[in-house]
Write a protein that binds this ligand. Structure first.
Ligand SMILES: Cc1cc2nc3c(=O)[nH]c(=O)nc-3n(C[C@H](O)[C@H](O)[C@H](O)COP(=O)(O)O)c2cc1C
Length: 178
């Protein structure tokens, strides 16, 4: 699939078919994440794949009832917990780069999943300490996000995006066109 088509068609998927994800496809999406760029190439990301339904169920309580993606974690055959070890990254200009490192890898994973016909939904609204406790993730590790992974059972409309003129400038701040 053309990469621009992947950018265009990816959606947050919150409904999943009751169909397992092939082990090689899980490896492919993890490998796409592995190839992401990172601070000094330190690769602070860690991925915890939950394909055991009881392990996956154990994290549900960490998500607020009104998180729209909560049911997706329950319904999808797989969830992936995207973590980072901040000791394998750095802080510059007050920016904690482990977040950026893990986020880039996470988006690689989501785009690769879409290219393979799989759905994902980046989820960031959860109780981190509860989730870490449920899975036995060490204290020093941060959980940057969680996604369900599975075959989509919906085709959501594209959500609106700001026009380029609002967000991209040429040569001078807020100068819109070239
Ligand atoms: C950092 C981040 C955190 C998010 N957290 C959640 C979440 O907790 N629950 C949820 O249902 N969706 C979550 N989303 C998905 C966004 O709502 C979604 O990406 C946005 O509405 C645009 O829709 P689209 O992904 O289909 O283009 C999150 C997305 C990002 C990037």
């Amino acid at each position: 699939m053309d990469i621009f088509q992947v950018f265009k068609d990816r959606r947050s998927i919150r409904r999943y078919k009751d169909r397992p994800v092939e082990a090689d496809k899980i490896m492919q999406v993890l490998d796409a994440a592995r190839l992401a760029p990172s601070w000094k190439n330190l690769q602070c990301w860690r991925f915890l794949v939950l394909d055991d339904q009881s392990r996956k169920a154990a994290i549900l309580a960490a998500f607020p009832e009104d998180n729209p993606g909560r049911k997706a974690i329950a319904a999808a055959p797989v969830a992936i917990v995207v973590c980072a070890d901040p000791a394998d990254s750095d802080v510059a200009n007050g920016i904690e780069y482990y977040v950026a490192d893990a986020a880039i890898a996470f988006e690689h994973l989501c785009l690769a999943a879409h290219a393979l016909g799989l759905g994902t939904c980046w989820m960031g609204w959860f109780d981190e300490s509860r989730l870490k406790k449920a899975l036995g993730i060490p204290d020093r590790i941060r959980v940057v996000g969680v996604t369900p992974l599975g075959y989509p059972d919906q085709e959501p409309q594209a959500r609106p995006r700001k026009a380029l003129a609002e967000i991209a400038f040429y040569n001078y701040w807020e100068k819109m066109s070239p």
